[in-house]
Design a binder for this molecule. Structure first.
Ligand code: OKP
Ligand code: ZN
Length: 358
């Protein structure tokens, strides 16, 4: 075997993801069936199971400390009890807020008391109407963080790459708010954990279709966790309010954030060019481990995306990222074309194996 070859990539998976299934969301004024559904993870698992070299393992529980290292204690406490409070208030459907405290709400006034009613608290902690919470959301979100941390431990132990089949995803969850189908920021929790475990500077490469506003915010002032994101231009795409090229980090993290917005229809070749630009920027800013926020909603047939990537493109992208020589903690984010999702993730991981083999 060539040096660096990834044999038997560890795939971490927790079946409890399926308990997070609130059913629907509110998009642009319409109630629509949820897009971030259990079938996504089932499809990925089935495709990876079909390749016997992937070793599928359950997560190890890491407890509260790695979550508290990244998230506001108020958010964690609310998430743990939100569903209970919603039901107790007599709401029949999933928890979806409708009223939000924009920064201008309290402009020139003191911030009001924190809301304690079910709907007010929901709008306080969740920033959109698409990230519904149901009975199984909190246990699934916690398990997804453990999935991510377990993959990180495999890389710390020397594996050139490991994959965490996280569901729900994480990159929109900020220090003190959930949103964008995300409740806990799996990639941020892992990056912070790796830093605490002595990995030095840890890079984050976010290739989801959407800008990872939560990850960017969490590490905004951190030079030791550089954040690179390629995503659909926020002029047209969710989350609309971040991901522009002028956002480059602040304070001690000035220059350690890089955003590369992409036009609609971006194909494999154009994407790989942008990726090269980004990877050149990231090189030398980390000490050997890169956390990959792997979204597959860049797929040409994705129902909510408008980029043009193909299955073969994912193989090339995985190879390109692995060819940097970084060890990879690869974490699932979005990707909503359930029919092709499994083969696209499998292609990315196959590419990573090839790239690492050089
Ligand atoms: C989560 B992850 C499109 C609305 C988009 C929310 C998208 C959350 C994506 N009309 N809704 O980054 O894949
Ligand atoms: Zn996405």
């Amino acid at each position: 075997m060539a040096p660096g070859t990834i044999d038997a990539m560890q795939v971490v998976h927790a079946p409890i993801h399926a308990d997070h299934d609130p059913g629907h969301e509110v998009q642009a004024g319409r109630i629509v069936p949820a897009l971030e559904i259990p079938a996504r993870a089932d499809a990925i698992l089935a495709a990876l199971r079909a390749e016997p070299r992937h070793r599928i393992v359950p997560p190890t529980p890491f407890g509260d400390a790695p979550l508290a290292a990244v998230h506001d204690p108020g958010l964690l406490a609310w998430l743990a009890r939100a569903w209970e409070g919603w039901v107790a208030a007599g709401h029949p459907g999933p928890l979806i807020p409708d009223t939000f405290p924009l920064t201008r709400y309290h402009a020139r006034m003191p911030e009001a008391e924190r809301p304690d009613g079910a709907i007010g608290a929901a709008g306080y902690w969740v920033f959109d109407t698409m990230s519904a919470i149901g009975a199984g959301t909190w246990p699934a979100a916690r398990a997804a963080a453990d999935v991510a941390l377990t993959a990180a431990e495999a890389v710390l132990a020397g594996a050139p790459a490991a994959y965490g089949l996280c569901r729900p995803p994480g990159h929109h969850a900020a220090r003190a708010m959930a949103g964008g189908y995300c409740y806990l920021n799996n990639a941020a929790i892992v990056a912070e954990h790796l830093v605490a475990r002595g990995a030095g500077r840890v890079g984050i490469l976010d290739v989801d279709y959407h800008h990872g506003n939560g990850t960017q915010q969490i590490f905004w002032e951190r030079a030791d966790v550089p954040y690179l994101s390629l995503h659909a231009d926020p002029h047209r795409a969710y989350p609309y309010f971040s991901g522009f090229p002028g956002e480059t980090g602040g304070g001690t993290g000035a220059g350690a954030t890089r955003n590369i917005p992409l036009p609609a229809g971006t194909d494999d070749d154009a994407y790989l060019d942008a990726l090269d630009t980004g990877l050149d920027w990231l090189a030398g800013r980390h000490d050997g481990i890169v956390v990959v926020s792997l979204g597959i909603d860049t797929y040409r047939a994705d129902p909510i995306g408008d980029l043009g990537l193909t299955t073969d493109g994912y193989r090339r992208i995985g190879a390109r990222v692995a060819a940097t020589g970084a060890r990879l903690v690869i974490l699932q984010e979005g990707g909503y074309h359930v029919g092709d999702l499994g083969r696209n993730v499998a292609a990315w991981l196959d590419g990573a194996e090839l790239g690492a083999a050089g």
